[in-house]
Design a protein around this ligand. Structure first.
Ligand code: DHE
Length: 545
């Protein structure tokens, strides 16, 4: 069932491209399809298939499905593949009850057609979407509210296309703001004043937390599909620039940090690190902002390169292309913030990128499909400073030594492996003030496991984990009630979990006392639709995790 977990994850958000008009090419060798059939198949493709096979079907974690390959296969063969799946990871769309036999037939014919390409999205399109709703000179000169901004949380309300700003002290919702479609992550500017929120439709909201009522002051669309946004953190460049990476078109853009005015767009199309073959759509995944140089570190997923993008001179842009491994996805810094611990998920590797020297330090083999989020940093009583990741594909939590100075023997090696509740883990967290390591198993097929959290005592990891029934603590009625993403408050003495239910069901946020591991509060409100990621302002601003 691990492959099912993966398929479910990679197609979780669907793709906003499903509603983008695209030209239908007639391929004389392909089976006939009416316009309506083509449109319907295209929609299913972007909902279910593009996440793995790519927009242009050139292959990513799934196999390539271009007509040169698919026209050689019989229609019956393709139908069987789609209906029953394969041991290599293709889900059984038919027998799982997701696609009808007619739809299976439709999709088999569709993948024999020439893939329609969505339009490009360059400067004219970005400028047309760009809005500054509150110009810089109309904004407050100082903080105009009584909020404790450092302990504010931005909570992704995924299926509502909104974020909730929640006061970490009172646990009250301060406001709900409209954002992009299937909104994904929030990041903070270096000063902590501005928040950047990106939707899967590549819309960014810039939120000014100094306003009496924090609200959007600028917005832009940087493509048609996206997942990542970050801002410049190097000394002298605080709040100066923002960067966002797109899945489609495959590109990133550097913008002014206070208005989102687009300055420089860079395409990421190019050659893969391993076979050095051309890939037409290497998606931009996680982006981190170096504290050691005026650089962004940009994950180019399918080609497996990390671009170190120097933002000192945008007209003479200097990009260092660091070879890592294919399928770079998420990751974060180790505790000194010098090394970017970067998951090449389908390669089962963590790439250690030195953001001071701008080079690959090591590729570390880990378990099946590592998924750290930004990972967790703590001091292992035996091995010193470590960074940890969980996995989607197995139950392991892998601890990697991160201190080449005082613990050179352990540096960039797997020093310890914990056995967790099972596969399907998305995020794990601890805090410098805590001795607990919290690991979710959000996508585990067993509801008991997906609705609970495992917690280890960092001082005594051999003892194993304690499982806490967070889903049950939320006191909700029906629904999947998946527990996702531990996030600490500023003080590091409480940890928040989303209990992620269906769109039409009640969800909740459960707050646990970090010391006692006892329930501290349940945040419920009918406006909290599908809460997933939570971003504490201070911890996000300072890369504390
Ligand atoms: Fe995410 C981070 C991509 C599905 C919640 N997600 C990321 C990042 C990428 C990414 C590239 C890193 C951004 C960065 O650091 O700059 N996510 C994708 C997908 O392509 C994928 C697999 C499929 C999709 O359809 O989008 C996907 N992600 C999900 C979900 O289903 C999750 C669990 C729920 C949701 O809200 O959509 C989800 N992703 C998150 C969260 C983070 C994230 C909470 C930020 C973690 C952090 O610690 O910073």
């Amino acid at each position: 069932h691990d492959d099912k977990v993966m398929a479910e994850y990679q197609t979780a958000g669907g793709s906003p491209l499903e509603s983008v008009p695209m030209h239908q090419d007639i391929n004389p060798k392909a089976p006939k399809m009416s316009h309506d059939e083509f449109e319907k198949a295209k929609k299913i493709f972007f909902e279910r298939c593009a996440g793995c096979h790519g927009v242009l079907r050139k292959g990513a974690t799934g196999k390539p499905l271009t007509p040169d390959i698919t026209l050689d296969k019989s229609l019956e063969y393709l139908k069987a593949f789609i209906k029953y799946g394969s041991p290599a990871g293709m889900p059984n769309w038919g027998t799982a009850g997701i696609l009808t036999d007619d739809e299976v037939d439709l999709m088999a014919r569709y993948v024999q057609q020439t893939p329609p390409a969505p339009p490009e999205f360059g400067m004219p399109e970005m400028m047309a979407s760009w809005k500054v709703t509150v110009p810089v000179d109309k904004r407050p000169k100082k903080k105009m509210n009584n909020l404790n901004l450092e302990n504010l949380f931005s909570v992704t309300l995924r299926d509502a296309g909104e974020i909730a700003l929640i006061d970490g002290d009172s646990k009250k919702i301060v406001s709900i703001l409209n954002t992009g479609y299937a909104v994904h992550i929030s990041r903070m500017s270096a000063s902590g004043r501005y928040m950047f929120v990106i939707g899967r439709d590549a819309k960014i909201n810039l939120i000014d937390l100094w306003m009496e009522h924090p609200d959007t002051v600028a917005e832009i669309k940087i493509g048609m599909e996206a997942r990542s946004v970050e801002s410049s953190k190097f000394k002298g460049y605080e709040d100066k620039y923002a960067i966002a990476g797109a899945y489609w078109p495959p590109q990133f853009v550097i913008m002014d940090g206070d208005t989102l005015k687009p300055r420089k767009i860079v395409s990421t199309r190019g050659m893969t690190v391993d076979k050095q073959v051309y890939h037409p759509e290497p998606r931009v995944a996680a982006i981190v902002s170096s504290h050691f140089n005026p650089e962004f570190y940009v994950n180019v997923k399918e080609t497996g390169q990390v671009y170190a993008v120097n933002y000192e001179d945008l007209n003479n842009l200097k990009i260092k292309m660091i070879d890592a491994a294919p399928f770079l996805h998420d990751g974060g810094f180790e505790s000194t913030h010098r090394y970017f611990m970067d998951a090449a998920n389908a390669s089962n590797k963590i790439a250690v990128i030195d953001t001071k020297e701008g080079k690959l330090t090591k590729l570390v083999e880990v378990g099946k499909t590592p998924h750290p989020g930004r990972g967790a940093n703590f001091i292992d009583p035996e091995f010193g400073p470590v960074w940890a990741t969980g996995h989607l594909g197995d139950e392991k939590i892998t601890l990697i030594g991160t201190d080449p100075l005082k613990h050179p023997k352990q540096a960039w090696k797997v020093v310890r492996t914990l056995k967790g509740q099972g596969g399907g883990s998305l995020f794990l967290k601890t805090h410098p003030k805590s001795r607990n390591l919290w690991v979710d198993t959000t996508l585990n097929p067993d509801p008991k496991i997906s609705q609970s959290i495992a917690v280890w005592d960092i001082n005594n990891m051999n003892k194993g984990y304690e499982a806490l029934p967070i889903g049950e603590w939320a006191g909700l009625k029906d629904g999947p009630k998946r527990v996702v993403e531990p996030e600490y408050n500023k003080a590091g003495d409480e940890v928040w979990f989303s209990v992620w239910n269906g769109k039409d069901q009640e969800s909740a946020i459960v707050v646990v006392d970090d010391k006692t591991r006892k329930l501290k509060a349940v945040i419920k409100d009918k406006r909290l639709v599908t809460p997933t990621g939570k971003f504490n302002v201070y911890n996000t601003q300072h890369d504390i995790y």
